[in-house]
Design a protein around this ligand. Structure first.
Ligand code: TMP
Length: 236
């Protein structure tokens, strides 16, 4: 499958049209941004690693009954995906308090909570991706009630599947961000990526951070951390 013209360039990926009107090619970049684009850099090898990790985890989710946009991996950095219209929401699932939730509620990072938390943010860079609730989502017509119920159900199922799978390779899934899309036939499917850019992964034993927080917080060692996740998941 050949890349035709670029239809979109995001912070971490480019998307191209193909000869198939129902399929796009995603091309992962090494560029890294944080703080809504204020901090910019590169994480060497990140594009390849995130492409491989995302496809590995999306295949696993498909087997677990969650529909995704994945068609097939084309190369180290490129994947053929179903063309979707992205629902303008960042769906965040949190098992352990960290990041913005720890800050907002005055919790220690790593604090246990009584149950899983689901949050929604409106995907809008100019507004800094503000948090919204179900009332805002329906009032703004970001999606329908039925679509939102399905998105919440898929997000919690994804959490169950990923938490159990990652535990086997000594990774604790602290929290993560998902995006969903609508296919041509109107089905809701998981889109975007699932990678150390979009998840907090902590080593289960040492609690060492194996994700983009190393870059966001100037801790160093992000390249090795991404490689370590790839090694634990794919054995390479
Ligand atoms: P937060 O604690 O900064 O709100 O992040 C929660 C999770 O969502 C964390 O795993 C990182 C991920 N995330 C993204 O992938 N993209 C974003 O723009 C933000 C704010 C968070």
């Amino acid at each position: 499958m050949q890349k035709l013209e670029q239809v979109y360039e995001g912070k971490a990926k480019k998307v191209f049209r193909t000869e198939d009107p129902e399929a796009y090619i995603v091309d992962y970049k090494d560029d890294a941004t944080a703080l809504n684009g204020l901090k910019k850099g590169t994480i060497r090898g990140k594009g390849v690693i995130n492409n491989r990790i995302t496809n590995h985890l999306m295949s696993l989710l498909e087997k677990g009954g969650v529909p995704t946009h994945l068609i097939r991996e084309l190369s180290d950095r490129e994947t053929l995906v179903k063309k979707v219209e992205i629902v303008p929401l960042e769906v965040i699932v949190r098992n352990i308090a960290a990041g913005s939730l720890a800050k907002r509620l005055g919790l220690e990072e790593g604090a246990r909570m009584k149950r899983t938390v689901l949050e929604y943010c409106y995907k809008n860079d100019a507004l800094g991706d503000p948090m919204v609730n179900e009332y805002h989502i329906l009032a703004m017509d970001f999606c329908t009630r039925e679509e939102l119920d399905l998105i919440a159900k898929y997000a919690l199922r994804i959490n169950e599947l990923l938490t159990a799978y990652l535990r086997e390779v000594r990774i604790e899934l602290i929290d993560f961000k998902l995006e969903f899309g609508r296919t041509g036939s109107g089905a809701i499917v998981l889109a975007d990526e699932i990678s150390p850019d979009t998840c907090r992964f902590w080593d289960s034993v040492t609690h060492e951070k194996l994700d983009k927080d190393r870059f966001r917080r100037d801790m160093g060692g992000e390249e090795d951390a991404y490689k370590e996740v790839l090694k634990r998941l794919l054995g390479e």
